[in-house]
Structure formats: C-alpha cells, structure tokens
Ligand binder design. Structure first.
Ligand code: PLP
Length: 401
C-alpha cells in the first residue's frame, strides 16, 4: 500500500543490467527514415519492424502532401469539430475511404486509439455487452473501460469459444469486436465463422482493420475482400499509422451509425481534430493505394517470401503468418532484449514485444515486411534470424493457424 501517489514513481528504476547493456528499445533514436532503412544512433539498419506496409512514409508524394497542408492550412486544428467546425479536407477523406470500403459514410479521428474509443463509447452503455477476442488490441479494451459496458473475452480466433460467450449473454445488446490481422500473432480472424455466429445470436460485428487496410484482399480493402464477403462487417475501424503512413484513425459504416458516433463518440467531442498535415499524408496515401493496387500485390508476394525464408531456416514462429507480420517466439523477456540487441549489431531492426503487449513470459520479436523490401534484404534478414536463434538457443515449433 502506498500513501503517496508519486511513491512508486520515485522508487522506479529500470534494471541496471538492462540499462548498462543498452537493451531498452525505448531509447533507440531513429533518424533518416526511408522505406526499408533508417539510422539508429547514427548507424544505418535494415527496417524489419517499420509497419509502413506499403513503404509510403518515404514516398515523396506523401511527404509533399503533408508539407503543403501544413503550409497552407496550418499546423493544428486546435479544437474538436463539435466546437471548432470541420474542413473540406476532412469530408473529402471520409468520402474517399467510405467509397473505397463500400460504406455509406466514414469519420476521421486523431488516432486509431481514439477511433476505437469513439466507436465503443458511442455504441456501448452499461447494459451493453462487448465480446472481444482475448488478443484484441488494448485500445478496444480501454474504450470499453470508458464506456463502462460489460466485457467478455473469447479464446483467440476460436469460433466455438465465441459462441459459448454469446450463448451466456443471450438477451443483451451485444457487439463482437475482433482485429482483422492480429498485430502480435500475425494470423487472420475467421470472418465467415464469426459472421455466422454473430448473425445466429443477433450480435453486431465490429472489426479493427488497423493491419488489414492496404494489406488484405487484391485491392487492399481488408478482411471482407480477403474472404470475398463484402458488407459482412457492421462497422469497421482503422488507423493511419500503418499502410496510410501517417497518424490518425477512422471508422466506416452505415450513414446512421456513423452519424450517431459523430455526435456521441467521446474523442470526437472532447479532443482536438487531426492536424492538416497528418490528414493530407493519409489522404494521399489512400489515393496511391487505390491507384496502384500493385503495391498490395508486392506486399503480399514479399510476405509469402519472408514466411517461407523464416520457416525454411527453422526460425520458430508464434503462428504461421497470414500476412506481413511474423513473430518469432522467444518467451523470456531478457533473452528477447538480448536478441533485439544482437539483431541491431547485425544491422537489422525488428520490434521487441514484451508484457503488457503480450502475456508475461511470451515475449516475441515481431518482424514486418513491406512492399518496398528487396529479395536480397529479406534473404539477409532471414540469415541473421536463423543465426541468432541458433546462438541464443531460441527454439519452438510453428503452431498452424
Ligand atoms: C490493432 C491495432 N488497433 C489500434 C491501434 C491504435 O492505432 P494508433 O496507433 O493510430 O492509435 C494499433 C496500433 O497502432 C493496432 O495495432
């Protein structure tokens, strides 16, 4: 029990041995970011953890759009749309993404985290039931905490477990929420089964397409396109921070539902609107994605190549990857930090994913490919992963998805 709220902060110290060995990823300093390379602490590395799926963050057309918007429209909207009004650019983006996804309307947010929170705080109240995949992103759970709705979780990507939870909650207004492509596991939500169960129990279905937009389906429209089930999802959400090479978020759905969220989602009411530069970068990225579906095809080809290189080299993966995210199963957190340090020494950057992003003892190194990676870059990275797994005695087996 602490008597002073600052006491824990004052006692807090990062473990000396981690700090001394320079093992804490938070302190890495990135500069000179390009599509597949960046400098960390002044040294050039190959990015295998950039989440810039289509390589657009380095695209001069996207950079120019952001710069022109900052010069022309200012650096901040300074307030919420409720109080400070909207811009034609916000509406233009909403119209474009709604039509790309075959929806009546869409709404833009200042981040993906806020989009989840906006959707959930608007739709859910204390009587409503939110049924979540146990691996669903923290932003979804945090939205539920603000909405103070009832929450149940089902076993990851397990339709039978979803059905059990819905059967227990019969009679409540229910929203089922899943991710399309899971960010730490790299596997896909089984949309056909989930949709059928939601329909059977009268539940609405929301899908977070943070890692699906620009990644899944021939045109990059996401999970519905991947499974050829247009219109199967009741409300879709996503972020700008992956394929759209920016910072922001969005939801898309029927005109009535989007309107409801527009006037009841707390981040729309109580937080400043997205900056013009961030919006312009995402808008330009979406235009490029729509005009150049070949980018998506390249990403998917690179994803398949990376998967077979890793599996061929015996690198133990958490799941058989369904897209560009492949997580190497490490387990112990300190080994994971050492692994990531050794990767950097070999000139490769990937994401160190520790608790609370994953359960304790299930640390992973997450790798991400983009459409911009060259075959030689993937081959080199796979060799480094195989060598480090051998040297650090990292082994395990692939769990088929
Ligand atoms: C699955 C998922 N949902 C939501 C978010 C939150 O998006 P943002 O970073 O735009 O807040 C993320 C992380 O970026 C994510 O991985």
């Amino acid at each position: 029990v602490t008597s002073d709220l600052f006491e824990r902060a004052e006692r807090f110290a990062l473990p000396d041995e981690l700090r001394a060995a320079d093992l804490i990823p938070f302190y890495l300093e990135f500069t000179d970011l390009e599509a597949t390379r960046a400098k960390i602490g002044g040294r050039s590395v190959l990015m295998m953890g950039g989440l810039d799926y289509l390589g657009l963050s380095a695209d001069p057309r996207v950079r120019q759009a952001a710069a022109s918007a900052a010069l022309g429209a200012g650096t901040s909207r300074t307030g919420s749309r409720l109080h400070c009004g909207s811009t034609p650019e916000q509406r233009a983006f909403e119209t474009l993404i709604a039509s790309f996804l075959g929806r009546e309307d869409a709404l833009v947010f200042a981040s993906g985290y806020m989009a989840q929170s906006g959707l959930i705080t608007a739709l859910m109240d204390t009587d409503a039931l939110l049924v979540l995949d146990e691996r669903a992103h923290a932003s979804i759970l945090d939205g539920a905490l603000v909405a103070r709705c009832r929450v149940r979780r089902f076993a990851h990507n397990d339709p039978a477990s979803l059905e059990q939870q819905l059967a227990r909650g019969a009679g409540s207004a229910t929203l089922v929420m899943v991710e399309s492509l899971y960010s730490n596991e790299g596997d896909l939500a089984p949309l056909p089964e989930i949709r059928a169960i939601c329909t059977r129990y009268g539940a609405r279905l929301a899908v977070d397409e943070a890692h699906g937009l620009g990644v899944l389906g021939a045109a990059g429209r996401g999970l519905e396109e991947h499974f050829a089930m247009p219109g199967a999802i009741d409300v879709i959400s996503g972020t700008f921070s992956k394929s759209l090479a920016s910072v922001g978020g969005w939801i898309a759905g029927s005109r009535k539902v989007v309107d409801w969220i527009r006037f009841h989602g707390r981040p729309i009411l109580f937080s400043a609107a997205i900056s013009p530069a961030s919006l312009a970068a995402a808008h330009r990225s979406l235009e490029i994605l729509i005009a150049e579906p070949d980018l998506v095809a390249r990403l998917q080809a690179n994803s398949r190549r990376w998967r077979s290189l890793l599996i061929g080299a015996g690198v133990p993966l958490v799941k058989d990857p369904a897209g560009p995210l492949a997580s190497v199963r490490i387990g112990d957190e300190k080994t994971c930090l050492i692994f990531s340090r050794r990767l950097l020494e070999a000139g490769v950057y990937a994401n160190t994913v520790l608790h609370p992003s994953v359960p304790r003892g299930e640390a992973v190194i997450r790798t991400v490919v983009s459409s911009a990676h060259q075959e030689s870059e993937l081959t080199y990275a796979a060799e480094v992963f195989a060598r480090l797994c051998h040297d650090l005695k990292v082994n395990g087996s692939v769990e088929p998805s």
